[in-house]
Design a protein around this ligand. Structure first.
Ligand code: HEC
Length: 108
C-alpha cells in the first residue's frame, strides 16, 4: 500500500513538472514569435545592427544593469537613440514580458 502511494505521488509529481515545463515553453514560443515580429530587424541573433556594442547578450545587458524581464520592458517603453519605441498600445505588457523572457533565455 505504501509503495503504491509512493508510486502515485511520483507520477503526479512527474506529470506536474511536465505541465509546468510545457507552459513555460509556450510562453517562450510566444516571446520568440513576437521578437521576430518587432525586434529581429535590428537585433538578429541577439546582436544589434545599429549600435554594435549594445547587443542583447547576457553579459552586455548585465553590464548596463538590465537583469530582469522588467528592465527589458522598460527599455522598450523608453528606448535609447536609434531604437523604435514600443508603447503599451503597440505591445501590451503581457506581450512585452513574453518578449523580455525570451530575450533573457535565448541570448547568452
Ligand atoms: C530600429 C531598430 C531597433 C528595433 C526595431 C529594436 N531595437 Fe532594441 N536597440 C536598438 C538600438 C539602436 C539600441 C541601443 C540604444 C541605446 O543606446 O540605448 C537598442 C538597445 C536595446 C536594448 C539594450 C541593449 C544593451 O546592451 O544595452 C534592449 C534590451 C533592446 N534594445 C531590446 C529590444 C527589444 C525587446 C525590441 C523589440 C520589442 C527591440 N529592442 C527593437 C535598436 C532597435
Amino acid at each position: 500500500m505504501k509503495l503504491k502511494i509512493g508510486i502515485i505521488a511520483c507520477m503526479a509529481a512527474a506529470l506536474w513538472s511536465t505541465a509546468v515545463y510545457a507552459a513555460e515553453d509556450v510562453k517562450l514560443k510566444e516571446g520568440e514569435t513576437l521578437f521576430r515580429k518587432h525586434c529581429v530587424v535590428c537585433h538578429p541573433n541577439g546582436g544589434n545592427v545599429i549600435n554594435a556594442g549594445k547587443t542583447l547578450k547576457r553579459a552586455d545587458l548585465t553590464a548596463r544593469g538590465i537583469k530582469a524581464p522588467a528592465d527589458i520592458v522598460k527599455k522598450m517603453r523608453a528606448p535609447g537613440p536609434g531604437m523604435t519605441q514600443f508603447d503599451s498600445a503597440k505591445v501590451p505588457d503581457k506581450e512585452a514580458l513574453a518578449i523580455a523572457e525570451y530575450v533573457l533565455a535565448a541570448f547568452h
